[in-house]
Design a protein around this ligand. Structure first.
Ligand SMILES: Cc1cc2nc3c(=O)[nH]c(=O)nc-3n(C[C@H](O)[C@H](O)[C@H](O)COP(=O)(O)OP(=O)(O)OC[C@H]3O[C@@H](n4cnc5c(N)ncnc54)[C@H](O)[C@@H]3O)c2cc1C
Length: 415
């Protein structure tokens, strides 16, 4: 005799940021909720967000202004964001004992600056509401019939719900559990899934001088990108040099556009180390420094001319100049050459780094296939989709997690 199977009101597949939010909200509404998570613990990716500090949202409280960062997806997002926007995120976490602070560029963090505390806050809520949590349960298959999900099959048995929330994340940092399982199921369930491309990723470059600066970060640099020698894009901000190329917020936010350029041809870039100062003024500054240190070698004085920590690397870009020469013997042409290099440090972009280094990979279900007022799939009546499974392009700065809080809240409320 087959025992009657336990039926949950809501089965959440994937216990990351959006899944935990959805489960908590459904639990707070008195629903019998189950989370199925394949890792040993919930929230693996959440715990590494913002370098362990968790950039939980971006404190732009005007919904229209906030949504302008989501490109074409913005049109679909007014309804969910009017149900749960940035202010709601502040209220939600602060009411549950997690005060937030706003830092540079409106980025909001927990006051403790610990991503783990965001996880703990959500987990406390789940436990308080008696949400059933099954970790080490990997979902293998989603069974559906007549436009409805019937049950989900895991490595440890099957589970039945009245509603299902799919929150298995995208493809970035697969070691956290986001291995793209959801994309495959959604395709099988009849959804069209955009192929993911890593969108907020560092850039790999050819030049050794860049790699030799690994670990150095420089503020207020201007980077110009060129396609087959023609200028395409120009941005100013902080650049982080790494052992494979370039990273840091400025670079991450250019990656999407650079990815498109790489499809079209050869991509090079130049970094202007003194973007606020024109070449003539930079040269006059150098003359002043040289005058003050007339008899010292260029090698010694060069440190005063370039951004801190970059002298040795930049010196390799000027092979014709003898750095042992005293600065009073440096010719006018050599000085001009130094200025030219400082205003346009040369870089060749080879490729975008892969998913393993991506902060966000876009791709996923097209928003037209989801009723964004509820986050319900338009293909299966009792399936809701959240977070990184949805095809939405967004910059770094708290926009991804806010999208998870919003879609998780809306799905959890409606499931
Ligand atoms: C290094 C890094 C730093 C980031 N920092 C920030 C930041 O500071 N601010 C910001 O806004 N965004 C940040 N992001 C992006 C943000 O972390 C994601 O957008 C967010 O975590 C996505 O949440 P999610 O719920 O969609 O999926 P995830 O958090 O990826 O969770 C999906 C869960 O589903 C589980 N799962 C997958 N397949 C199965 C299966 N078959 N069965 C059961 N469970 C399964 C996974 O194990 C995982 O726990 C960062 C991303 C990375 C990689």
């Amino acid at each position: 005799m087959k025992l009657q199977q336990e039926v949950f009101d809501v089965v959440v597949i994937g216990g990351g940021a959006s899944g935990m939010m959805a489960a908590l909200v459904a639990g707070e509404q008195g629903k019998k909720v189950l989370i199925l998570e394949k890792n040993k613990e919930l929230g693996a990716k959440l715990k590494i967000t913002g370098g362990g500090r968790c950039n939980i949202t971006n404190a732009e409280f005007d919904t229209r202004a906030f949504l302008s960062h989501y490109g074409k997806a913005a049109d679909f997002l007014f309804s969910p964001f009017s149900q749960f926007g940035v202010q709601s995120t502040f209220d939600f976490f602060e009411a549950r004992g997690l005060p937030l602070v706003i830092q540079a560029r409106n980025r909001a963090f927990p006051r403790t600056e610990k991503a783990h505390d965001v996880f703990k806050c959500l987990k406390r809520g789940l436990d308080a509401k008696g949400v059933f949590i099954k970790t080490s349960y990997a979902v293998k298959k989603i069974h559906h019939k007549g436009g409805k999900v019937m049950e989900v099959e895991t490595n440890q048995g099957s589970f039945v719900g009245r509603s299902y929330i799919l929150a298995t994340g995208g493809l970035s940092h697969p070691e956290t559990g986001s291995t793209g399982d959801g994309f495959k199921w959604l395709r099988d369930l009849g959804h069209s899934v955009q192929a993911p491309t890593p969108t907020i990723v560092p850039l790999a470059v050819e030049e050794a001088w860049v790699k030799s600066l690994a670990g150095t970060s420089l503020s207020f640099m201007k980077i110009n990108f060129y396609l087959d020698g023609k200028k395409q894009l120009s941005k100013t901000g902080k650049v982080l040099f790494t052992h494979f190329g370039l990273s840091g917020p400025l670079i991450l936010n250019c990656a999407n556009a650079v990815g498109d350029l790489l499809e079209a041809g050869r991509v090079t870039a130049t970094i202007d180390a003194y973007p606020d100062t024109d070449a003539g003024v930079v040269e006059r500054g150098i003359i002043k420094i040289f005058d003050a240190h007339k008899n010292k070698s260029l090698k010694t004085v060069f440190k005063l001319v370039v951004p801190a920590g970059t002298a040795t690397a930049i010196q390799t870009l000027l092979p014709e100049i003898n750095f042992e020469t005293a600065v009073n013997a440096i010719t006018k042409e050599e000085r001009k050459q130094i200025v030219r290099v400082l205003k346009a440090l040369p870089i060749t972009i080879t490729n975008l780094m892969g998913y393993d280094r991506a902060v966000v990979a876009d791709g996923g279900v097209t928003l037209t296939e989801v009723d964004t007022r509820t986050m319900r799939s338009r293909k299966l009546g009792n399936l809701f989709i959240t977070g990184d499974l949805l095809h939405v392009n967004r910059p770094s700065g708290g926009y991804s997690l806010q999208f998870c809080w919003t879609t998780g809240y809306v799905a959890g409320t409606n499931a």
